[in-house]
Design a protein around this ligand. Structure first.
Ligand SMILES: CC(C)(COP(=O)(O)OP(=O)(O)OC[C@H]1O[C@@H](n2cnc3c(N)ncnc32)[C@H](O)[C@@H]1OP(=O)(O)O)[C@@H](O)C(=O)NCCC(=O)NCCS
Length: 197
């Protein structure tokens, strides 16, 4: 799965932001036992530049540590909350530990709608290297998933490199299961529950 970089669709259709804002849920502040999940702000770049500086974070997803300026530019695009053509909703949370106040990770949900109107959330997670192996990704993502259910999104996907045991472990804990679908060399994981709205 490719965290952090939302794909920007190539052909903007000129939807006004008023229209597109109404089509997608807006991220709200959430709390888990060990973290506050803050909706992304451009100012988070100040702290994220340090948190995301370890090259090993990009081993399975590609990419490289960004400068603060690059992060600010990226976050400026992402805080809009949807793709330029309105076909994707972009929900981003920064994870702040209660115990030391540090930004230590992120959870993303990229929301799309099927022809029948059902919404699907593509999930991605990142935990800064020195905070890994404490089940923080699963805790944060479970909190996001509970909120997604509240706003009517039950269909979840994640795309995970076949060798990425940590990310597969997180997805498994969240109730997602691997499918036979491969996208750009990554296995598509899916939630099993499909309720009708
Ligand atoms: C994937 C990632 C978010 C996992 O975060 P985490 O909070 O450390 O994950 P957890 O502590 O919940 O670990 C999940 C499972 O993987 C295992 N695991 C964690 N790191 C591992 C590693 N490097 N190698 C093998 N297993 C690992 C854990 O033991 C756990 O299994 P368990 O429940 O049986 O104990 C983190 O490794 C990361 O940010 N990686 C870089 C960014 C990335 O690749 N994101 C995923 C793509 S979107």
């Amino acid at each position: 799965m490719k965290p952090v970089f939302h794909t920007i669709p190539r052909k903007p259709t000129g939807h006004s932001s008023r229209v597109t804002d109404a089509l997608w849920p807006t991220a709200v502040g959430l709390t888990s036992p060990r973290m506050t999940l803050e909706p992304l702000r451009v100012e988070h770049a100040d702290e994220a530049v340090t948190a995301w500086s370890d090259v090993s974070l990009y081993q399975f997803t590609g990419g490289a540590p960004a400068t603060e300026r690059q992060l600010r530019a990226r976050y400026s695009r992402q805080v809009v909350g949807h793709s330029p053509d309105g076909t994707q909703g972009w929900l981003n949370w920064m994870l702040r530990r209660h115990d030391n106040g540090e930004i230590i990770g992120t959870v993303q949900a990229t929301v799309t709608r099927t022809a029948t109107g059902r919404m699907n959330a593509e999930l991605a997670w990142v935990i800064a290297t020195n905070h890994q192996r404490q089940h923080l990704a699963g805790e944060a993502a479970a909190t996001v998933i509970a909120w997604l259910h509240q706003v009517g999104i039950d269909d979840l996907t994640a795309h995970i490199h076949t060798d990425h045991l940590a990310s597969a472990g997180v997805a498994h804990h969240l109730g997602l299961r691997p499918t036979t679908v491969i996208v750009d060399g990554e296995v598509e994981w899916r939630s099993g529950t499909r309720r009708n709205h």
